[in-house]
Write a protein that binds this ligand. Structure first.
Ligand code: TXA
Ligand code: MG
Length: 345
């Protein structure tokens, strides 16, 4: 399949590009589009056949539900059966924005959107291009991150093209995403509410609006939320995570892997001395700026063929929760490295 590449200024969306993308979506095709968090792979949420194409294009197992994206807040009644007061408060505070709420679903939401469950993830993105596109389609879009299953989410149209080019009908290029990591996913159908996935909105900030503490999924539990798949958000390289500020540790791991002849890269906030043949990417020491650049850095290192990526964990504070979560997941080791890992002292 030829993937149409449509460039579009988010501030002044080109009506022709929007019309083209909307027509493809209404026809049941897949179109990737920017949101403020990451690029999404959109399909008509109420069209079971279109939704099935999303799973095929991503290579995503059907047990992983999709988030439904709205153009207007009042569309929520088309998708959700019940809006508890707690959800209304959170929507008043954080919609539009990088928050997904899990609610009871309306009967017409197809089973493949929700992985057969009776809840649905709903999000009102803040990105002007996302909203303009969804409005032009006139119906909610189911949209996971626009990457192949288990790979790093895309924060530019080029990332999408590299992962899904030839497998989807079109990509709407609206430039890089401003948030850079996926939305927080909060289930308000459980009591207490369950924060399935951390985002740039801190748990404490969300709890303050909700007026109650949340639960977090147990480590290793068979969770109904697939973002819980431990190897989500992982680059191809083996990732080693070292504590925040452990400059000596980072340097000695690099020296060790270099001796083992591995193609090396490092991702840090601290200033470190890396071997000359290692690629060193230093990211900002401010959380929002770091989040914005993280996935582009991981995509770049993947493209360079890094085999081992030594990463400095982010600081342990509320602003960094989402980033720490993604780095922890990225460090989940792939089986083929286990033998080598056990050789480590
Ligand atoms: O920022 C984002 O959320 C991006 C943009 C495109 O909106 N989307 C995204 O979608 O990251 P995806 O499919 O890659 O991740 C969706 C997350 C998964 O962790 C999934 O488990 C969870 O949302 N989710 C969706 N529906 C759910 C449901 N009914 N119950 C529990 N978790 C759900
Ligand atoms: Mg994803």
């Amino acid at each position: 399949m030829r993937t149409e590449y449509l460039i579009c200024d988010p501030q002044r969306p080109d009506p022709e590009a929007i019309a083209k993308a909307a027509a493809l979506l209404r026809d049941g095709q897949l179109v990737a589009f920017p949101t403020e968090t990451v690029y999404g792979l959109g399909a008509l949420a109420f069209d079971e056949v279109a939704v099935a194409r999303v799973f095929a294009a991503k290579g995503r197992p059907p047990s992983h539900p999709l988030i439904v994206h709205l153009a207007e807040l009042d569309w929520i009644e088309r998708v959700a059966a019940d809006i508890p007061p707690l959800a209304s408060r959170l929507m008043d505070a954080y919609f539009p924005g990088p928050l997904t709420l899990i609610l009871r679903k309306q009967g017409r939401v197809p089973a493949n959107v929700t992985a057969g469950g009776d809840t649905v993830g709903v999000r009102l993105p803040a990105h002007p291009l996302a909203r303009t596109l969804i409005r032009a389609v006139g119906a909610p879009l189911a949209a996971p991150s626009a990457n192949r299953f288990t790979e790093v989410s895309p924060t530019t149209a080029e990332h999408v093209l590299n992962g899904l080019g030839g497998r989807i009908a079109a990509i709407l290029d609206g430039g890089p995403c401003s948030v850079g990591i996926e939305s927080a996913v909060l289930d308000v159908t459980t009591n207490p509410p369950t924060l399935w996935r951390a985002g740039v909105l801190s748990q404490a900030a969300l709890e303050a609006v909700a007026g109650q503490p949340f639960q977090r999924p147990r480590q290793g539990a068979t969770a109904p939320s697939p973002g819980q798949h431990p190897r989500h958000y992982a680059p191809r390289a083996r990732v080693e995570l070292l504590p925040s500020g452990d400059v000596k540790g980072l340097e000695s791991r690099l020296a060790r892997w270099r001796a083992a002849g591995r193609r090396l890269a490092a991702l840090t906030i601290s200033e470190i001395t890396a071997p000359p043949d290692a690629t060193l990417i230093r990211l900002p020491s401010e959380a929002a700026a770091y989040a914005r650049r993280l996935y582009a850095a991981l995509h770049e290192l993947d493209a360079q063929g890094a085999e081992v990526l030594v990463v400095e964990q982010a600081p342990d504070s509320a602003a960094w929760e989402g980033v720490r979560d993604r780095l922890t997941r990225a460090a989940c080791q792939s089986p083929e490295f286990d033998a080598e890992a056990s050789e480590r002292s």
